[in-house]
Design a protein around this ligand. Structure first.
Ligand code: C5P
Length: 224
């Protein structure tokens, strides 16, 4: 049987903490990739650590949200890190997405839809009047137009996204305990895979507390 795939969010500024996360999350049941976000990417030793990684699936969560020229030059500037996946906000606009796609080469360019930390109320606050689901569907159309390789969305929106976007779907906002933290549009790992997610992104539910125990809880949850 094909293994479930999970990106563990290595959200820390400490190389030793990230090494611990990488060691302790290894297991035979789930295929694990590692996601590095702005915190680690901007830490003192983060870049060099990533440069020296071998034989790992790595995801640079840059969440680019900028003008086309800056998106393009940033992607060129990180080419030496050989990421398997990098992210760009779809709200950067179609021109930026297309320009970024032209230079991302072997690295899969992933379009980020509305952040999973936002709900309809949060969206209204920043001036968006459409509801989350409509906006995400609209953004999925843009991702398709720009020929992006994957989409990040909430697992609650997979079915909507799949109507229009046929490539990989990556879902953060995954919870298998009671703590939501700052996430609003959440779903359980089991339900997210059932909905058709290709990769889940999980951070704190795995990396806070006893990592080995958390992985075991996750595996038990998936096998139930
Ligand atoms: O700790 P938690 O499981 O909430 O971590 C989720 C990770 O996914 C974080 O690294 C966060 O930056 C990232 N992410 C997200 N929502 C998005 C895109 C990325 O939570 N829409």
């Amino acid at each position: 049987m094909k293994k479930n795939k999970i990106f563990v969010a290595c959200d820390s500024t400490s190389v030793s903490k990230v090494k611990r996360i990488m060691n302790l999350t290894q297991n035979s049941e789930i295929k694990i990739g590692y996601k590095f976000g702005l915190e680690f990417l901007n830490s003192k030793k983060g870049r060099n650590f990533i440069l020296n990684l071998k034989n790992k699936i790595i995801f640079g969560d840059y969440k680019l949200a900028d003008i086309p020229n800056t998106c393009v030059s940033t992607i060129k500037a990180i080419r030496d890190l050989k990421f398997d996946y990098i992210t760009i906000h779809i709200s950067s606009g179609l021109e930026a997405l297309k320009a970024a796609k032209k230079v991302s080469k072997k690295t899969k360019l992933v379009g980020v839809t509305i952040l999973t930390s936002l709900d309809n109320k949060g969206l209204k606050e920043i001036g968006f009047n459409k509801d989350v689901k409509k906006l995400v569907f609209h953004q999925a159309k843009l991702a398709k137009k720009a020929k992006l390789d994957a989409i990040v969305c909430s697992a609650q929106e997979i079915k909507i996204v799949k109507k229009i976007f046929k490539k990989e779907i990556i879902t953060p906002g995954i919870r298998f305990s009671s703590k939501n933290n700052d996430q609003k549009r959440i779903l359980s790992p089991k339900q997210a895979f059932k909905n058709g997610s290709d990769w889940l992104v999980i951070g704190r539910p795995i990396t806070k507390g006893n990592i080995k125990k958390n992985i075991k809880t996750l595996i038990d949850h998936l096998n139930k």
